[in-house]
Write a protein that binds this ligand. Structure first.
Ligand SMILES: O=C(O)CCC(=O)C(=O)O
Length: 296
């Protein structure tokens, strides 16, 4: 039994962080353009979408500083909590899953109208369901390589593949502090063998043919301001280099799928979450519906 209220029991906004639109007209302001959706389909990503104001980023960073303490009373609610004081550049220095259960800001970002609308459009206008959240934080001068990978290689226990990742910067992100990097159009390569995420950055290339290897010369560094986000396809090859700068590089990630995704496993999908039997729909307390397009 946690010492704090488990916020995953509440679906929908619990604070004044955002205002939920009441009419289809109010939703219009959040819509991506047709060109943006077409860009995502062609290249596998869509960067520089503003999701948060500066005051919201500040609040999230305050919440983050508190929950990074392993003695925080909500620590048992995390599905994963990895932190270390290592200076090894191959170690991500703070990575977690499950913080939406712990603080109101990280809970409510799931119901950010700008996020859910964009996510629905990028999932072919389907209803959007939450899968899990993540924090990826690299302190100044502290490394934190995330080796090239495809997100769906970690998610094959949920089918079919109709997933989406949204990465939001909590600091201005650039090459020197280890921003996200993409290989454009790699979402068309199919699912490759899964390399070890904590291995060297380029280990992934051992799994590629010559044409794919040569695509790395077109890699795109997602240099974005805090409060802005980048969406990517579940097969998009991406990663990030170490933070060699004087500045921290914090980010939170929302992973979602289209409503109707089912479990393909009888093993636990996330620590602390009851098993969803193979063939059963992903839903319930831990997998809330974020946007129901039937209500439009
Ligand atoms: O934040 C990073 O550097 C890596 C993020 C990532 O791999 C992801 O969002 O899937």
């Amino acid at each position: 039994m946690s010492k704090i209220k488990d916020l995953s029991k509440v679906h929908g906004l619990i604070s004044d962080f955002f205002k939920w639109p009441e009419t289809s007209q109010e939703w219009e302001q959040y819509k991506l353009s047709n060109e943006q959706v077409a860009f995502f389909k062609e290249f596998g990503y869509l960067a520089n979408i503003k999701l948060l104001e500066e005051w919201q980023v500040d609040q999230l960073n305050e919440e983050l500083a508190k929950i990074q303490d392993p003695n925080h009373p909500g620590n048992d609610l995390f599905h994963e909590f990895h932190t270390n004081e290592s200076t090894d550049p191959n170690k991500t220095l703070f990575h977690s899953l499950g913080h939406w259960r712990v603080t109101p800001g990280f809970h409510d970002v799931n119901w950010n109208p700008a996020f859910v609308m964009a996510a629905s459009q990028l999932l072919d206008n389907r209803s959007v369901r939450f899968w899990h959240d993540q924090l990826f934080c690299k302190p100044a001068k502290h490394g934190g390589v995330v080796a090239w990978h495809q997100d769906y290689s970690y998610w094959t226990r949920t089918v079919k593949m109709q997933h989406l990742t949204c990465w939001t910067a909590l600091d201005d992100a650039n090459k020197s502090n280890g921003c996200l990097q993409y290989i454009p159009k790699s979402h068309t390569w199919g699912l490759l063998d899964k390399p070890v995420l904590t291995g060297p950055m380029d280990e992934f290339k051992n799994f590629l043919n010559d044409e794919q290897k040569s695509a790395f010369k077109n890699k795109v560094a997602v240099e974005i301001k805090k409060g802005h986000a980048s969406f990517h396809h579940p097969l998009m090859v991406h990663g990030s280099y170490e933070n060699s700068s004087e500045f921290s590089r914090r980010a939170f990630v929302l992973n979602v799928f289209a409503d109707g995704t089912v479990s393909d496993s009888n093993d636990p999908l996330l620590k602390g979450v009851p098993i969803v039997k193979k063939g059963n729909k992903m839903e319930g307390q831990f997998f809330p519906l974020l946007l129901d397009t039937a209500k439009f």
